[in-house]
Design a protein around this ligand. Structure first.
Ligand SMILES: C=CC1=C(C)c2cc3[nH]c(cc4nc(cc5[nH]c(cc1n2)c(C)c5CCC(=O)O)C(CCC(=O)O)=C4C)c(C)c3C=C
Ligand SMILES: [Fe+2]
Ligand SMILES: [Fe+2]
Length: 368
């Protein structure tokens, strides 16, 4: 018996391979209360997500939330579930495949891409083990969250570290903290929105909605709020919008604490009551559509806005597997892979080094 997990066998002289680990939140395996319970339990037991003292929180979670919420959430998931599964999973798998194909045209040295979820499946453990089994000894962790938040990005990184803690041969790790102001991300969002407007016309107001977090996270130094606002400002500039033409809001409040304001529900209520003729809602913080965008924004939001007198309501889909976004993802990854992946010349050098190290190993063997 050993504390550490089994390792793939070490081979002398193998060419170092780079792994790109796309890290996302995770989603239940099925839109049922049975599948929601373990997913919500894992999610809501994470201290990064809920910081209430454990002895109080365990009681609230197990005696109230996990009794009521799985059924309610399952109904919501069922309304957006596709034949291929949960939208978040479908898009994340597409992003993984397309990124692999796109990188293959730019990287000459061996590499692999895997998808790992902070909660649920495919787990971070399975993704890292798969990368190691493919021979990766350097891993770039690429969280699919443009804005850094302790409750999303750091939670994903924690899940990575937890796997490494049980590993004997730990790979070299690089992480992408955020890309909320990266010109390629902003450009991808802007051209995606412009393409939507070319097809459907332009609204009176663009609402940029970001996932909320408790307000105290901001007060205690989490940069998420500021990064959302920076994304919004840069996106508005790229779209040529003035301050009257767009608004920022925060969605998906959970529990009774104060969360980042303004709440999306209040914003939609106010705009509806002002009888705004048309609003478009976009969620720049979500790299793919999921429960929060398809149910809360596209369905609930529309109902809320129109039930108080609002006019036309459009939800602009997330970037998902749009080519502009895949190109941006590829280039952001390449920036962080500098020195780890090679062009033609470096490949030759690596081949020579591998040959030399094989010879050295053979010599060492014959000397013993
Ligand atoms: C309890 C507090 C929560 C915090 C803090 C939080 C932060 C946070 N979440 C995302 C992205 C997503 N969250 C999603 C679902 C979801 N979020 C919470 C709670 C918190 N999130 C819950 C309980 C759920 C599950 C659904 C439900 O029961 O309401 C999703 C969608 C997942 C899917 O399967 O489609 C995403 C994406 C971010 C980016 C974030 C911090 C910035
Ligand atoms: Fe969330
Ligand atoms: Fe701020």
């Amino acid at each position: 018996m050993t504390y550490y997990n089994p390792e793939p066998p070490y081979t002398h002289g193998s060419q170092p391979k780079v792994g790109i680990l796309l890290a996302n939140l995770g989603t239940p395996d099925a839109p049922t209360a049975k599948a929601l319970r373990p997913y919500l339990q894992q999610f809501l037991m994470d201290r990064r997500v809920v910081e209430i003292p454990r002895f109080i929180w365990c009681w609230i979670l197990h005696c109230i939330i996990l009794v009521i919420r799985p059924k309610k959430s399952a109904e919501k998931y069922a309304s957006v579930w596709t034949d291929q599964g949960s939208p978040l999973m479908v898009y994340a798998q597409q992003q993984k495949t397309l990124l692999q194909q796109s990188l293959a045209k730019h990287i000459n040295s061996p590499f692999a891409v895997e998808l790992g979820m902070t909660y649920g499946n495919p787990s971070m453990k399975s993704a890292i083990e798969s990368l190691k089994a493919q021979g990766c000894d350097r891993i770039l962790v690429f969280p699919l969250y443009p804005q850094y938040a302790a409750s999303s990005t750091a939670a994903a990184l924690d899940a990575v570290w937890r796997v490494l803690l049980k590993m004997r041969n730990v790979p070299a790790i690089r992480t992408i903290k955020h890309y909320h102001d990266h010109p390629l991300y902003i450009q991808a969002l802007a051209s995606h929105i412009k393409a939507y407007w070319q097809q459907h016309g332009q609204p009176e107001k663009l609402v940029m909605s970001f996932h909320g977090v408790p307000k105290f996270h901001l007060m205690k130094g989490d940069p998420y709020h500021c990064e959302c606002h920076k994304t919004a400002r840069l996106l508005a500039e790229a779209l040529g919008l003035n301050k009257e033409q767009y608004q920022v809001a925060f969605q998906s409040r959970f529990g009774r604490q104060e969360w980042l304001q303004p709440y999306l529900a209040n914003t939609l209520d106010a705009l509806g009551k002002q009888q705004v003729k048309r609003i478009d809602v976009v969620c720049p913080g979500f790299s793919s559509d999921c429960l929060e965008t398809l149910e809360e924004i596209a369905m609930e939001g529309k109902h809320l806005f129109q039930s108080v007198g609002g006019g036309e309501y459009h939800y602009i889909p997330a970037l998902n597997s749009e080519p502009v976004w895949l190109e941006a993802m590829r280039d952001i990854a390449l920036e962080h892979l500098q020195g780890w992946v090679s062009n033609e010349f470096d490949l030759k050098k690596a081949e020579i080094e591998a040959q030399e190290s094989k010879h050295r190993a053979l010599e060492l063997g014959s000397n013993q």
